[in-house]
Design a protein around this ligand. Sequence first.
Ligand code: PLP
Length: 450
Amino acid sequence: MATDTPETPEKPETPKTEADLTGAAPRIRPKPSVERIGGRTLKPSTMMMGHGYDPTLSEGSLKPPIFLTSTFVFPDAAAGKRHFEGVTGKRPGGAEGLVYSRFNGPNQEILEDRLGIWDEAEDALAFSSGMSAIATLFLAMVKPGDTIVHSGPLYAATETLIARILGRFGVHWLDFPAGATRDEIDTVLARAASGNVALIYLESPANPTNVLVDVEAVAASRDALFPEGARPPIAIDNTFLGPLWHKPLQHGADIVVYSLTKYAGGHSDLVAGGVLGSKAHINTIRLMRNTIGTICDPHTAWMLLRSFETLELRMSRAGENAAKVCAFLRDHAMVDRVGYLGFLRDGPDPLQADIYARHCEGAGSTFSLYLKGGEPEAFAFLDALRIAKLAVSLGGTETLASHPAAMTHLSVADERKAALGITDNLVRISVGVEDADDLIADFDAALAAV
Ligand code: PLP
């Protein structure tokens, strides 16, 4: 009820922030908090708890609030002009402050600061899905008449985007198999070099075959064939092993792409994407994202911040589980073959074993299970699973199983499926963080039911 004399005491003055005291523009995106203690550089798992967020800017809240707003108030007109110079690319590096939620936001910026840490990237961008990240990257890098050289197979929607959608706008493509040797890569790149190669795009391990790409060989081939200053960037989809077990920027890639929906999000409760790399590349991609609005929303960014706190724990436990499950499956009478990266060392393909040894720090927890038989046996197995859920996607806390030939890769032509090893007896499994022996019991019972 309104009265002339307020019954409550006067609202205390809002605590002063550094910006009030110094008269500077509010520092909405504080510089990274603690990165080193003494001579020690902090590990990513430590940095995930607070990096890029200053609680004093949000009433002391330990966790960042979710900033649900479409636009941000400028301190003065000159600041608005400065910010727009960044947003429109007049000055590289994006806006110095917050402008409009299609361009940036506090939750997304904290997320980007933390995302870049795992791969030791200069800069990072968050997107509304893995596919919107990939599409924005392509739109930023490629024009009609250009060629994209890529490894194959790629995630089916990425293949569709390159061949069927960009193809409509006059973009050409050439591919080499994921497990290609240096000579095979040289041959394809040399052929492509007669046109304008705008981008080399890799996916390793490839979805769904788990074949690794020799990123070091691709970089060496690119550097040998293209003069400095005219070298197409190498981008790589690192969704399956990253960011823990494979760091492609250390092996010659320039840009890393993620479906953050998978291991990074890790709970099968959000869809998001990320792109990381040098400031120069990220600035180019940011301009496209600003224009088409493929940034992730603040709530998803907040969820990802929470996910990142347990990323190392989740991926490590899932990796340990997968090693136990695969060791069990390998010797089972109903199993023809297990395509698990941890078995490459003693496998029949020395090049894959060598790529694994040079590039990967762990085998991850997504693998291919080839059953004896065909589609009926694979379907019977999938239908009999009780802990593992029959669903596409991967990288969540729960174990998922799916049938690529009939589901994610249904649209791929039969000859290409056969060439890529996407057979009817292939089941793809993403192992979660459950008890490993419970999972083995589930797989054992399902195999017995086939
Ligand atoms: N890249 C890979 C390797 C994937 O497996 C997926 C999705 O399964 C994507 C990209 C696309 O990601 P999103 O579903 O987040 O758009």
